[in-house]
Design a protein around this ligand. Structure first.
Ligand code: MLC
Length: 508
């Protein structure tokens, strides 16, 4: 796909533009005509606010139909969308703004002054606009005076459409650059593989600042030209009440554990459904089985990451195997390699590497880091440890990188440890992932306090809440005299995991 991603979507919009695109439960129904004109007005407003082709537009927004229109507006204006989790705190935002240097920042109305201050602190001259959950704010005000059309863009292909930041095991968060062609290829593949139909209705409960909710879910709907029911956030009872009007659902495993916990999840509640998809974190076999027993549906688990969207999927027709993430997508090459880089045969465990038209263009401003993450023959080193069985199913069995996946969000212990270590009275810390019935995994911080320091576990958690996005804050903190180390002086996290398994209050 060499063209602009918006034009690809538009070519799939229903001829009758009054057909619904987004339905807000208990609220508005917005049509494809609305999407086309609103995204044009927003694109013109972005240009009026100073966004030129290739400029970054940072968006830290509540989930709304207008926020989706802003995504399309960026494609139409040839700007690069930088979606930011609303949970990010000032320190996190400071870094993203300095690194990506956006020309325009669109934020929640109540955070306008804060974002203006952060932009000044970051040394960038960004125009700060607002967009509220109800479609209010200075962006729509500016857009109201703009034409409802914009000349089709010829830019697309390898030009960057979005930058999504992910933290890392060491050092600074990295901005993964996704091109129009990257996003288009993955969306076209998934749309076909998952058998989207003209009568499909997607129930959308995911946040829209990450790959899953933004690109996997919304791009499939846009290619299908059909409607989605758009919930502001996931609520199990609300979702169960809406399943009877939907056909496709996408969620992280936490959504599914919360759904199966409800007595209201019955085959009747799922009467119109055809497909349940799970991803972003490992789905427990138990959840897979209980869901099937309660509903008659077999969850389709798939696997991917920010740096390329989806890599594998269980089949639409054929056996969906619990504990596996299915087969590589038709246009994705996936291999497992040993520590020496040798490609391993089926059945052997190693690092998963992927190559395909969906794999990102590199990390923003980090050519060396980008180079290090690719092999000489162009495969991306995912950092996940996996195995391919004799039937070709891929399973993820571990992670080479120190990473916790909590409720579908990636949490890098190093980032949390750095924040704890900066607190007065802390000598050092180690953050480990522990099993959690709701979030799959959650963080436990083991903290060494300086002699006489007035540190308390609650104090550490309270202080972290102001500095880190809430999902990164450990659920439990223990204070210790020292950390176990191996002969090389490296903290032994496996020893910590074993030591605290007994005292971990999993339901915190
Ligand atoms: C919220 N909290 C979390 C958390 N989400 N803690 C750990 N992990 C999480 N994921 C905090 C809250 O701030 C609160 O803290 C406490 O935990 C309980 O909150 P809650 O009300 O139960 O949480 P809720 O708002 O219901 O959110 C849970 C959730 C949400 C699962 C609905 O986290 C979510 O939508 N996750 C989806 C993530 C996602 O879209 N990932 C896709 C990434 S893309 P306190 O202290 O305030 O009480 C990707 C690629 C791919 O990975 O393959 O898809």
């Amino acid at each position: 796909m060499q063209g602009n991603l918006f034009e690809l979507f538009r070519s799939r919009f229903p001829a009758d533009r009054s057909r619904p695109f987004i339905e807000i439960p208990g609220g508005a129904i917005l049509s494809y005509g609305w999407l086309e004109s609103t995204s044009a007005r927003f694109a013109n407003a972005l240009a009026a606010a100073g966004a030129r082709p290739g400029d970054r537009v940072a968006a830290q927004l509540d989930k709304s139909a207008e926020a989706v229109a802003l995504y399309l507006a960026c494609l139409r204006a040839d700007a690069i969308l930088l979606p930011l989790n609303t949970a990010y705190q000032a320190d996190e935002l400071d870094y993203f703004l300095s690194d990506a240097a956006p020309t325009v920042v669109v934020c929640q109305p109540h955070r306008r002054a804060e974002l203006e201050g952060l932009a000044v602190k970051a040394g960038i001259s960004a125009r700060v606009l607002t967009l509220g959950a109800e479609g209010d704010g200075t962006l729509p005000e500016l857009a109201a005076g703009q034409p409802a059309d914009v000349a089709p863009s010829s830019r697309g292909g390898d030009n960057i459409a979005a930058i999504l930041y992910s933290s890392g095991t060491t050092g600074r968060p990295k901005g993964a650059m996704m091109s129009h062609a990257n996003l288009a290829s993955n969306a076209l593949t998934l749309h076909e593989l998952w058998g989207f139909r003209p009568d499909d209705v997607l129930l959308h409960c995911l946040p829209i600042f990450h790959t899953h909710g933004l690109f996997v879910a919304i791009n499939c709907v846009l290619l299908n030209g059909t409607a989605m029911i758009f919930c502001p956030k996931f609520d199990a009872e609300q979702a169960i009440g809406l399943l009877g009007r939907a056909t496709v659902f996408m969620g992280v495993p936490t959504f599914y554990t919360r759904l199966v916990a409800s007595p209201d999840l019955t085959p009747a509640a799922c009467r119109s459904m055809r497909l349940f998809i799970s991803g972003s974190a490992p789905l427990l076999e138990e959840t897979f089985n209980v869901f099937r027993d309660k509903t008659g549906f077999t969850i389709l688990e798939r696997y991917g990451m920010t740096e390329g969207g989806m890599f594998t999927s269980n089949p639409l027709d054929g056996e969906r195997r619990a504990g596996t993430v299915g087969f590589p997508l038709p246009d994705v090459e996936l291999r497992v390699t040993g520590e020496d880089g040798r490609v391993l045969p089926r059945g052997e465990v190693g690092i998963i590497e992927v190559r395909g038209p969906n794999i990102f263009k590199g990390y923003w401003n980090m050519p060396d880091k980008t180079k290090a993450e690719f092999t000489a023959d162009g495969f991306f080193k995912s950092g996940d440890v996996g195995v391919i069985d004799d039937r070709g199913y891929v399973s993820i069995v571990g992670r080479a990188k120190d990473l916790i996946i909590s409720g579908g969000y990636n949490v890098y212990p190093k980032e949390v440890e750095d924040a704890i270590d900066r607190m007065a009275g802390v000598v050092e810390s180690a953050v480990i992932g522990m099993p959690h019935p709701d979030f799959g995994e959650a963080g436990l911080a083991v903290v060494v306090a300086a002699p006489g320091a007035a540190l308390t576990p609650d104090g550490v958690i309270g202080s972290l809440k102001g500095r880190l996005a809430n999902y990164k804050v450990p659920k439990q903190v223990v204070l210790v005299k020292d950390l176990p180390r191996n002969a090389m002086g490296k903290v032994q996290k496996n020893v910590l995991r074993d030591s605290y398994a007994g005292m971990w209050k999993a339901n915190l």
